[in-house]
Design a protein around this ligand. Structure first.
Ligand code: SF4
Ligand code: SF4
Ligand code: SF4
Length: 315
C-alpha cells in the first residue's frame, strides 16, 4: 500500500494512504483529544474536540475524519486550536453537573481529563443545566447498567456501539435540541428495555453517564491496580478488567468492545465468579405480566450450569 509522509507538531511520520490525521498522530504518541471518536465505530465528528490546524488551510479540520496527504504540516496544539478546544469544553461543563468529587468515573473520565489539561473549570451561571432540569434522568433500574443522563455529553458512542451487534440496537437519540437524550427502546427503563446487559455501551461511554452497576461503590480507580484477563466463556475471549485493592479483587468489568468481540453478561459474570471471592448474587431479566423485570438468581442458573452439575452429581 502507498505510504504518505507528513509532519505533525514538528515530527515526521510515514503512514499508509487513507490514514486519518488522528491515527497518524497516535503512531508517534501524540494524543489528540476526542470524545466521540472510536476506531471501531463510524466516524461522526460530533464533538469537534479533535480539530487541528493544517498549514495552508483556512479552517481548522477534524483530525478524526481528515485523511493525511503528502507533505501535510499539522499542528495539534496551536494557539487557535487550544482556544477552540477550551470553548468546546467550557460549553460542555456549563451544561454538566459539578460532580467530579463523588462521581464514580473520576480518574477515568475524558471530560475531566481534557478539562484539566486545558484548564477549563465549572462556573456559576444562570442558564439551565441538564442535571438541574432533569434529575429524574437517573436510571438505576438495571443492576448492570446505571444511567445518569445529566452527565451525558451526547457523543453517541453508546448508540453506535450498541448498534454494532445487529440483534441489540437498543439505544437511540430521542427528542431535539436541549432536550435531546439517549433512550432505550424509545422510552423505556433499562430494566423494561430489551437491553441484554452486555455493557458494550458502558465501556464506550467517555464520561460517567453509563456505569457498570456491579462496580458502583468500588474503591476509587487510583486506589486500585488492574489486570486484563481473557473471558473463558466462549471462543471470542473478550478482554475483562479485574481490579485489586490490597491484593483482593474488588471488581470485574468488561474492557473492550472491539469489533468481532460482542461482550456478554454471562462472560462477565463468569469472570467475576472466577476472580471475586464473595461475589454478590447475580440477576436475570425475566418476562412478567407487568413487563421485563430483573430477579435475583443463583450462579448455576445465571451461568446455565445445570447440565454440567447434573453430570457431575450423577457420575
Ligand atoms: S462524568 Fe466526568 S466530568 Fe462529569 S462529574 Fe463525572 S468525572 Fe466529572
Ligand atoms: S448493555 Fe449492551 S444491549 Fe444494553 S444498551 Fe448497552 S450495548 Fe446495548
Ligand atoms: S451516554 Fe455516554 S456514550 Fe452515550 S451519548 Fe452519552 S456520553 Fe456518549
Amino acid at each position: 500500500m502507498a505510504t504518505v509522509s507528513l509532519t505533525i507538531d514538528g515530527m515526521a511520520v510515514k503512514v499508509p494512504q487513507g490514514t486519518t490525521i488522528l491515527e497518524a498522530a497516535k503512531k508517534i504518541k501524540i494524543e489528540i483529544p476526542a470524545l466521540c471518536y472510536d476506531k471501531n465505530l463510524d466516524i461522526v465528528s460530533a464533538c469537534r474536540l479533535c480539530l487541528v490546524e493544517i498549514e495552508g488551510m483556512p479552517k481548522l479540520m477534524t483530525s478524526c475524519s481528515t485523511p493525511v496527504s503528502e507533505g501535510m504540516v499539522v499542528f495539534t496544539e496551536s494557539e487557535k486550536v487550544i482556544e477552540v478546544r477550551r470553548t468546546i469544553l467550557q460549553l460542555l461543563l456549563d451544561n454538566h453537573p459539578n460532580d467530579c468529587l463523588t462521581c464514580q468515573k473520576a480518574g477515568q473520565c475524558l471530560l475531566q481529563k481534557y478539562s484539566f489539561k486545558y484548564d477549563v473549570q465549572f462556573r456559576d451561571h444562570n442558564g439551565a443545566r441538564r442535571g438541574q432540569e432533569y434529575a429524574s434522568w437517573t436510571d438505576t433500574s438495571s443492576p448492570y447498567v446505571f444511567r445518569d443522563e445529566s452527565k451525558c455529553i451526547l457523543c453517541g458512542k453508546c448508540v453506535r456501539t450498541c448498534a454494532e451487534v445487529e440483534t441489540r440496537n437498543v439505544l437511540t437519540f430521542a427528542d431535539r435540541g436541549f432536550e435531546t437524550t439517549i433512550a432505550a427502546d424509545g422510552d423505556q427503563s433499562m430494566e423494561e428495555s430489551t437491553c441484554v446487559s452486555c455493557n458494550r455501551c458502558v465501556v464506550a461511554c467517555p464520561v460517567g453517564a453509563l456505569m457498570d452497576g456491579r462496580t458502583v461503590g468500588m474503591p476509587r480507580v487510583w486506589e486500585t491496580t488492574s489486570k486484563t484477563v481473557k473471558c473463558k466463556q466462549c471462543d471470542f475471549g473478550c478482554n475483562m478488567s479485574v481490579f485489586y485493592k490490597n491484593n483482593k479483587v474488588v471488581g470485574v468489568r468488561a474492557k473492550d468492545a472491539a469489533m468481532g468481540r460482542p461482550l456478554c453478561l454471562k462472560g462477565r459474570l463468569r469472570t467475576e465468579l472466577e476472580y471475586k471471592s464473595m461475589p454478590a448474587a447475580p440477576f436475570v431479566k425475566v418476562e412478567t405480566p407487568e413487563g421485563r423485570r430483573f430477579v435475583e438468581t443463583t450462579w448455576v442458573e445465571a451461568l446455565e450450569l445445570d447440565n454440567i452439575l447434573d453430570k457431575i452429581e450423577n457420575k
